[in-house]
Design a protein around this ligand. Structure first.
Ligand code: IPD
Length: 273
């Protein structure tokens, strides 16, 4: 392993350790909530965009651990904000991705922690509190689920491919996103909307989904999951890199259908979502 690879593997271990500790906090809070405990809930950009006290506690824990393990490195988090460092490592944190699932008792949510350098993910971990699954990746080194190497699927036909998506919290944007899904659904095997972008990106890496596309994600939603998908061999496009699909699209697809899906999405009007 090169010196760079050693650095990225070390950052991956830190991301995994910190995400796993926060996931344990989130798991305990979820169990207490399901046993009848109350969780404080506030709203953010829309009445449907929620943040719980557990999101904040999880992010506080991640920030405290990173301050000890990686002193001086800035953190950009969904709840606490922050900004990226030029040149050095910035930690990008979603303390609960899939907060709505968390709140309803659906087990599909995760803690996502990534290390980025100049806006590029170099290491990351996505840890699911309920199942305990740990998804990890380091740039150039591969992606893993619980230590098992991942590789994306290889479907031969777009019309037999399973494609996931998600919706923004803004109502007007949802209408346009719904139209795009309406155009796409007859051209693929089926559509999934699971409610946690990081996990959908990881699922593309595992071959559990053939592709995932969503407009309007925040950096913390994709920073770790997109690295898992790309290190598993998926074709990944990040916000700002695919104007034919829209300025803020996040896209991950198995390489065997990636070009055809991209063309199809463009035909379906993805650029105006
Ligand atoms: C949300 C989830 C959801 C996606 C939304 C995200 P949050 O993140 O990842 O699947 O469709 O766009 O905002 O709010 O649960 O951290």
């Amino acid at each position: 392993m090169s010196d760079v690879g050693v650095q990225e593997s070390l950052l991956k271990s830190v991301a995994e350790q910190v995400a796993a500790e926060a996931a344990e906090l989130v798991r305990a809070a979820w169990a207490a909530m399901r046993a009848g405990g109350e969780v404080r809930v506030d709203t953010k950009s829309a009445d449907t965009d929620v943040v719980t006290a557990v999101d904040r506690e999880s992010e506080d824990l991640v920030r405290a651990r990173l301050a000890r393990l990686r002193p001086g490195e800035p953190v950009l988090g969904e709840e606490g904000g922050g900004s990226a460092a030029a040149g050095g490592v910035t930690w990008v944190v979603d303390p609960i991705d899939g907060t709505v699932n968390f709140l309803y008792g659906l087990p599909s949510f995760a803690v996502s922690v990534a290390a980025q350098i100049d806006g590029v993910s170099v290491a990351g971990a996505v840890v699911e509190p309920v199942s305990g699954r740990r998804w990890t990746a380091a740039r150039g080194e591969g992606a893993w689920l619980d230590g098992q190497r991942l590789s994306a699927s290889a479907p031969q036909r777009l019309d037999l491919s399973l494609v996931a998506t998600g919706f923004a919290y803004d109502a007007g944007r949802r209408v346009r996103q719904g139209r795009l899904v309406g155009e796409l659904v007859s051209r693929v095997r089926d559509i999934r909307r699971n409610g946690a972008a990081s996990l959908e990106l990881c699922a593309v890496g595992a071959g559990w989904l053939d592709a995932y596309v969503e407009h309007g994600l925040h950096r913390w939603d994709w920073a770790a999951g997109a690295l898992v998908a790309s290190e598993a061999g998926a074709t990944v496009l990040l916000p700002g890199s695919a104007p034919d699909l829209g300025d803020d699209v996040t896209y991950a697809a198995s390489p065997t259908i990636a070009a055809q899906l991209r063309e199809t999405l463009a035909e379906c009007g993805a650029a105006s979502v």
